[in-house]
Design a protein around this ligand. Structure first.
Ligand SMILES: [Zn+2]
Length: 799
């Protein structure tokens, strides 16, 4: 017998699978459908890294398992090829993205194919292709027509590294999620999607099988809070400032009002006054601060200034000053009431010498901020609070809001932290926003007949902070030719997260030149049954895709609201305990291992490292253990030897079916591989017959598909193993540890049964009742009590 020639055998099967079109899903057949989806890669480099493998290998094993369970599995693959990751690669290599991305995609297609996964290449989508982004633009148009897309000027997140604006979701810990530069603010006219209209709908996770941590992250990001808008009139009656607060119970101690520096009324207040200069200086300083610096507690970073205006506290008529401050954000109404019960208010008041008051203390006795180092933020008993003195502040809160509403000062409100999704990018490599401006500057949607509105190629794509499309003569000429003299095209491109927010729909209709997707096909195949990808997408891609899907549902293009029914996040692979990174030089390159051991060994080693959702630690030597196991498996299949204990073999095969099935269902591929190893050790000693070999080969097929296909052929079975049925086990055969226990009726032993140690109560009682002698005593009356202590006793009480 030859040793197992992994790499060679794998090539042979990949060729055969391709020739047989084995993985091209027939979307119209009537078998039960199963949409098995992975988050598609950015072609940002020319090679797959170990993270791709860690995501895709087990995802493919899952798809293969579902196919063997009898499902019509769709497992497509494509490329998220617009956007910064791809463009930055082009800049780094100085090759036009159109060219370099095509090359990267072609390399990655080859590597993905060499993985031997069931990718259905017939359904491939490439988001930077004209046939795809035509429909991304069409979705923009639908949002625009339904008033969910709009343009406005406002201070936006600016990444000095990427030279573009970013959505709030792409700013993490005040840094750009991509290049890690600190994000600053800039006033710009940008395009937004009204995702905030969907805040409440997005909080409905009914029917979704998602990790609870991911749901919690989205809920926090959407940030629903119950509060109150309270109106503070200016003392000169010129305006009303509406403060949003979740602490209406502290209205009685409010001594000043703070506005966000971005609030549009600020300019009205100070322009042409002596405060104008101060405001400008303070705003400049604030714009240089990160969000953390702006909002953190700890006095030194508090910045602001007086606006020369006074407001009236509606409950007590006191005249109080109005400030801007860095810690006030354009959340809620962008205006907050301030008092000594908030730490940032407290620090700000101390710095700018504003009087402070309390109206809550531990026991309701009067306390004063002069006697305190910081804010009193705990709950307690109200004092100096009109008719609410002596009451617990939390209990009184709804009544205080009622009272404010009754007097016309306030209104109970619900607020969300979720802001609209900023989709404009001042970058080259993206889908052009399908908007043109007439000579008066008014925006018009580009009619569908002109889509795709193509990305011009006559521009220097390197970012310089302005939109590269503005430098295209071709775009200008095209726009004037179609729309008329003086018309201009929008020069921003769309955020790449827009491209990835609907790709799962396009896989089903990737060759349809008439429409974005086929309604019936989408309604039939979606939602996605299984979606596997990284947890870092919780508040970006996974939120955006839900929004777009819900909007398309509301426009009556889809009959389902949620795109992804079940979601699983893979864990992370580390190297010798450390995170892999190019700078540390500890990145594992899959290629050399795949070349040496084959992809089955590589994939199984990744799966063996730990539970799929938790990840594991890579060790160069560890993989040799899997290679040895594959060799032993091969020997087990090819060796003819006498079976020593046929009944034990049968039991062990059925136990293996049970274990592997249960492990795969839980995505515990690591323990499934371990179970195979145990079985091979047993089989090489005990001997194994042909039928058992067939079963074991089927059981390893999802995890080592090439090895299984080869063994299947060796055993004389019909191509392909992926279309054989997943083995089922006999419940009786998986019971091994049995125990003999006595059966009592009214305290006297009337018989004995042999049952599994861990038999459940129903099984145990049923077995006991079957004994003739027990039946006799049970017949003497009515059973009023049944007792079962596993492994110890079965008893009946008869009256
Ligand atoms: Zn950046």
């Amino acid at each position: 017998m030859n040793s197992y020639q992994g790499p060679e055998i794998e090539k042979k099967w990949q060729q055969k699978w391709k020739e047989a079109n084995l993985f091209t899903a027939d979307l119209n057949n009537d078998k039960k459908k199963y949409y098995n989806l992975v988050m598609f890669p950015y072609p940002s480099g020319d090679k797959l890294h170990v993270g791709h493998w860690y995501n895709y290998g087990p995802a493919d094993s899952w798809g293969r398992y579902m196919r063997m369970k009898g499902y019509n599995v769709l497992q497509p693959m494509g490329f998220d090829s617009f956007g910064l990751p791809a463009e930055n690669y082009a800049i780094k290599t100085s090759v036009h993205p159109k060219k370099s991305i095509a090359q990267n995609i072609s390399n990655m297609e080859e590597q993905l194919s060499a993985m031997g996964a069931m990718w259905d290449w017939d359904k491939e989508v490439i988001t930077s292709s004209e046939e795809y982004y035509k429909w991304t633009q069409w979705i923009f148009a639908k949002l625009y027509e339904n008033d969910l897309a709009y343009k406005k000027v406002s201070p936006v997140n600016w990444c000095p590294g990427c030279q573009t604006v970013l959505a709030n979701e792409q700013v993490q810990d005040a840094k750009c999620e991509r290049c890690k530069n600190e994000v600053t603010k800039k006033d710009l006219a940008q395009w937004y999607f009204r995702i905030s209209n969907y805040a409440e709908k997005l909080l409905d996770y009914d029917g979704l099988d998602w990790p609870s941590k991911t749901i919690l992250m989205q809920q926090n990001w959407i940030g629903k809070s119950h509060g109150c808008n309270i109106d503070f009139k200016l003392d000169d009656d010129s305006d009303i400032l509406t403060c949003y607060t979740t602490r209406a119970d502290t209205i009685f101690s409010v001594t000043f009002v703070v506005m966000a520096p971005e609030h549009p009324l600020v300019d009205d207040f100070v322009n042409g006054t002596k405060y104008e200069d101060d405001v400008k200086k303070v705003r400049d300083k604030i714009n240089k601060q990160t969000l953390i610096e702006r909002t953190s507690e700890g006095g030194k970073d508090k910045i602001g200034c007086f606006l020369g205006k006074y407001a009236i506290n509606p409950v007590n008529g006191e005249k109080i000053p109005v400030y801007i401050a860095n810690f006030a954000l354009m959340y809620g109404t962008g205006v907050v009431m301030a008092n000594a019960h908030d730490q940032r208010d407290f620090e700000f008041a101390q710095k700018y010498d504003i009087p402070l008051k309390f109206n809550i203390s531990e026991d309701g006795s009067e306390i004063h901020p002069d006697d305190f180092e910081g804010a009193y933020t705990a709950d307690g008993i109200l004092f100096d609070s009109e008719g609410f003195d002596g009451k617990n502040n939390r209990e009184a809160l709804p009544k205080i809001i009622d009272s404010l509403e009754g007097r016309g000062f306030g209104k109970a409100t619900i607020n969300y932290k979720l802001r609209d999704w900023l989709i404009s990018r001042q970058r080259y490599w993206g889908a052009p926003i399908p908007i043109v401006y007439d000579p008066e500057g008014k925006a018009h949607l580009i009619p569908e007949e002109h889509l795709p509105w193509t990305l011009p190629e006559d521009v220097d794509f390197k970012p310089d902070g302005t939109a590269p499309l503005a430098r295209s003569k071709e775009l200008l000429d095209r726009t004037e030719k179609i729309f008329g003299k003086g018309w201009k095209a929008e020069v921003d491109t769309m955020d790449t997260f827009m491209c990835s927010s609907w790709y799962y729909l396009r896989y089903l209709s990737n060759k349809d030149s008439e429409k974005a997707f086929d309604k019936d096909m989408a309604n039939n195949w979606l939602p996605v049954d299984m979606y596997i990808g990284g947890p870092e997408h919780a508040c970006m891609h996974l939120l955006y895709a839900r929004f777009i899907n819900m909007a398309l549902h509301d426009f009556d293009y889809l009959n389902f609201k949620e795109p992804f029914k079940k979601l699983v996040h893979q864990g992370m692979v580390t190297k010798d305990g450390a995170k892999m990174s190019k700078s540390k030089g500890n990145v594992v390159s899959p290629d050399e291992f795949v070349e040496k051991y084959g992809t089955d060994v590589f994939r199984m080693y990744l799966m063996f490292m730990g539970p799929f959702t938790e990840g594991g630690d890579w060790n160069d030597k560890g993989i040799t253990g899997i290679a040895r196991f594959v060799e032993r498996f091969w020997r087990m299949i090819n060796e003819e030897n006498e079976v020593k204990d046929a009944s034990l073999l049968e039991k062990n095969v059925h136990k293996l079916i049970k274990r592997i099935t249960e492990d795969i269902e839980k995505m515990h591929f690591n323990t499934a591989v371990a179970a195979h190893m145990e079985f091979v050790n047993f089989a090489l000693k005990n001997g194994v017959d042909k039928d058992s070999k067939k079963t074991v080969v089927q059981l390893i097929a999802p995890m080592a598909p090439h090895l299984a296909e080869e063994c299947w052929e060796v055993l004389g079975e019909k191509f392909s193993i992926v279309d054989s049925s997943w083995p089922e086990y006999d419940k009786k055969l998986v019971v091994d540890d049995t125990v003999t226990i006595g059966v009592q009726v009214n305290g006297k032993v009337r018989g004995e049964v042999e049952i599994a140690k861990d038999a459940d109560k129903d099984t145990a009682l049923e077995t006991a009742r079957a004994l003739e002698n027990v039946q006799k005593y049970l017949a003497e009356g009515k059973v009023v009590k049944e007792i079962y202590v596993p492994g110890r006793i079965i008893g009946f009480v008869v009256k």
